[in-house]
Design a protein around this ligand. Structure first.
Ligand code: CAA
Length: 639
């Protein structure tokens, strides 16, 4: 157990602190305000050898220990939480899996430039349906000769799009749960690998975070990391180490806030004496200092265990959970000590308060950390196999917008696809001789034509306007179109944080379908998606989809809906029923019990008897008996 750091560690801390104070602190407020990545400072960190602190010198690293790495993250986060996570995500998540599981060639090609800081690394695990339940990964990588074809989306990826090298997790063998997931090294710039929406975050705004979009990306076979099927374990092992980094980040953010509060409490005079001389504040400071010391012990001892190659997953989870929980408390107290002044923009404690929050969420929420700790103490809990996600037989998770028709129009010319779409919409009950004003509030509109960043230049908004007129709809947008591009007023953006569309027809044009947007349209009766990226998540969430360029499709669709007359005012909205999705094919034949008539459905299985959903009758164990009358399996006949 570690009680004190060595002199070398403290000398190293001094060096990083000097760098953080001189190179990052002066610009931290501006980086936060402008959502800006500290490119130059990261480059300098690389030159100082900090981007590869714990890696051997033969791989371009500094050959130092894990504790030094934790100290570096802590010191950067002490002045700027965002800078801390840039280093942590790079070292722990981008580089470590290559160091631990890579072949010699992979290490030479990818680890060396990462460790030298010539390239930045990132980790692509999280997906809309695979957050805490990381085993619910839906991105696929199908082997096609000498390459894998990678398709899917990753969300909330730290260091994207700045990073050059991504460790990405994808399903290579469907339907077998976590053992069907593999890890790959993917390079920025490969054809079909794009970045999605930029996130406007509450805190750690100097770190970049974006979506990864994979559209038929050819990943050479030699970029498989570890063996096929090892991906989930690689992800879990990587996160064990990553959690030390996040714990150090939380510790640093809290330490910075504490120091500011301590200093201020000595200067601020109230009731004739410094507030630190008043018991209510001095006790607060005493609690803060104690919590920081406890967190530091947890973080450093987890780092020591990792360094000593001892099991450290539980200790890392404890450190991450505790350090981030107390970071919120310490930052809250620090802001409280500053009073009204701490509430102002530009105050370090205000930024620390916002930066701290994410540390209880990412690299496993603190609820997940408690699960990991509990599993280490008590043992792994039995799984609810009906719950889907990473259970051994995976059920396809429903799209965010609920079950949809999912008719993607692929065949024929653009005009033919549009004719099919318009005929289907008319059949669903849409009358295109009527319309509503373009500025009808989104929440009241019966129809909305909405623009995403795929619309391109501002002048293309005329295509949206024309389509909205002909579709009898109001105009909406995704958040970036309103907030970043400012093509429409803020109150017209649709999404979880914006306006919720509850009407009938939603036509999404050039919208990729970020989760936050999809949640704002889940009550739409009909969703039409038009996007040139066939892998855009919107297509999994729509009733009708056309894969195509908005510049071509929108004018054709507007023309097809044009009846040559001005639209008549629409009658009050009547909610149209959702088009029904086609019935799923049954998984296999059902069997009837000759004794009582009970029907065995392979889609449901018999979970009480340990027969998972999806188990064909042929594969049900021979000693299984009818759950109703206990008749033996032999007594069942094909239904
Ligand atoms: N190391 C190695 N293997 C591990 C492991 C570990 N730490 N934990 C589990 N495994 C193995 C298990 O032994 C098991 O192997 P077998 O199939 O051979 O039995 C397999 O993995 C599956 O284990 P579980 O059944 O326990 O897995 P699960 O599906 O129940 O998931 C979980 C467990 C701990 C909840 C996991 O899903 C988890 O950690 N979730 C949180 C995900 C997370 O942290 N995401 C963060 C994204 S990255 C990020 O946030 C970065 C950033 O922005 C900075």
């Amino acid at each position: 157990m570690l009680f004190t750091t060595t002199q070398e560690h403290e000398l190293f801390r001094k060096k990083i602190r000097k760098f953080a104070e001189s190179e990052i602190k002066p610009q931290a407020f501006a980086l936060d305000q402008n959502n800006e990545f500290p490119t130059e400072a990261v480059k300098k960190l690389g030159e100082m050898g900090c981007m590869g602190i714990p890696y051997p010198t033969e791989y371009g690293g500094a050959g130092m220990d894990i504790l030094s790495y934790a100290i570096a993250v802590e010191e950067l986060a002490r002045v700027d939480g965002g800078a801390g996570v840039i280093l942590s995500a790079h070292v722990s998540l981008g580089a470590w899996p290559i160091f631990a599981f890579g072949t010699e060639e992979q290490k030479k090609k990818y680890l060396v430039p990462l460790a030298k800081g010539e390239k930045i690394g990132a980790f692509g695990l999280t997906e809309p349906n695979a957050g805490s339940d990381a085993g619910g990964t839906e991105t696929t990588a199908m082997l096609k000769g000498d390459y894998y074809l990678l398709n899917g989306n990753k969300i909330f990826i730290t260091n994207a799009p700045k990073a050059d090298t991504y460790v990405v997790f994808a399903v290579t063998t469907p339907d077998i749960g976590t053992r069907g997931i593999s890890a790959f090294i993917v390079e920025k710039g490969w054809e079909g690998f794009d970045f999605g929406d930029h996130y406007d975050k509450m805190g750690i705004r100097s770190s970049s975070t974006a979506e990864l979009v994979f559209n038929d990306v050819k990943v050479p076979k030699e970029n498989l990391l570890g063996k096929e099927g090892d991906g989930f374990k690689i992800a879990m092992a990587t996160l064990d180490g990553g959690r030390i980094g996040i714990a150090a980040q939380a510790l640093g953010i809290a330490q910075g806030a504490y120091e500011h509060a301590l200093e201020y409490s000595k200067e601020r005079i109230q009731f004739g004496k410094p507030i630190c001389a008043q018991q209510t504040i001095s006790f607060k400071l005493a609690d803060m200092a104690t919590k920081l010391r406890c967190a530091r012990f947890l973080v450093y001892s987890a780092a020591e265990k990792k360094e000593a190659h001892e099991p450290y997953g539980m200790e890392a989870a404890m450190a991450k959970m505790y350090a981030s929980d107390i970071a919120l408390e310490v930052c809250n107290d620090a802001l409280q000590i500053f009073g009204g002044s701490g509430f102002l923009k530009g105050m370090e404690v205000e930024r620390a308060y916002r930066d701290a929050k994410i540390t209880t969420i990412y690299e496993g929420t603190n609820e997940i950390q408690r699960m990991v700790i509990a599993a280490n103490i008590i043992g792994r809990m039995p799984k609810d196999k009906s719950a889907g996600g990473s259970s051994k037989i995976m059920k396809k998770s429903a799209p965010i917008t609920g079950l949809r028709k999912g008719m993607i129009l692929k065949d024929g010319s653009a005009q033919e696809k549009i004719d099919t779409l318009v005929a289907a919409l008319k059949k669903d009950g849409y009358d295109f001789t009527v319309g509503i004003p373009l500025d009808t509030p989104i929440t009241k509109a019966e129809r909305v034509v909405s623009a995403g960043v795929g619309i391109g230049k501002k002048e293309n908004m005329k295509l949206i306007k024309e389509l909205a007129i002909q579709a009898g709809a109001a105009i909406g947008s995704s958040r970036p179109v309103a907030e970043t591009l400012k093509y429409v007023p803020l109150e017209r953006y649709v999404g979880m944080s914006g306006q919720k569309f509850k009407g009938n027809l939603y036509i999404a044009c050039g919208i990729s379908g970020a989760v936050q947007h999809l949640k704002g349209i889940k009550d739409a009766s009909t969703i039409v998606a038009i996007n040139k990226n066939k892998n855009a998540p919107i297509f999994k969430n729509c009733d009708y989809g056309i894969v195509g360029d908005v510049n071509e499709i929108l004018p054709l669709l507007a023309a097809a809906l044009d009846n040559g007359e001005e639209k008549k005012p629409a009658p009050p909205m009547v909610k149209i029923k959702r088009p029904l999705p086609p019935k799923e094919k049954p998984i296999g034949k059902s069997y009837i019990c000759g004794g009582c008539g009970y029907e065995y459905d392979p889609g449901i299985g018999d979970e009480d008897a340990g027969v998972a959903p999806g188990t064909l009758f042929e594969n049900v164990p021979d000693d299984w008996v009818c759950p109703e009358c206990s008749a033996e399996k032999d007594n069942f006949i094909e239904g």
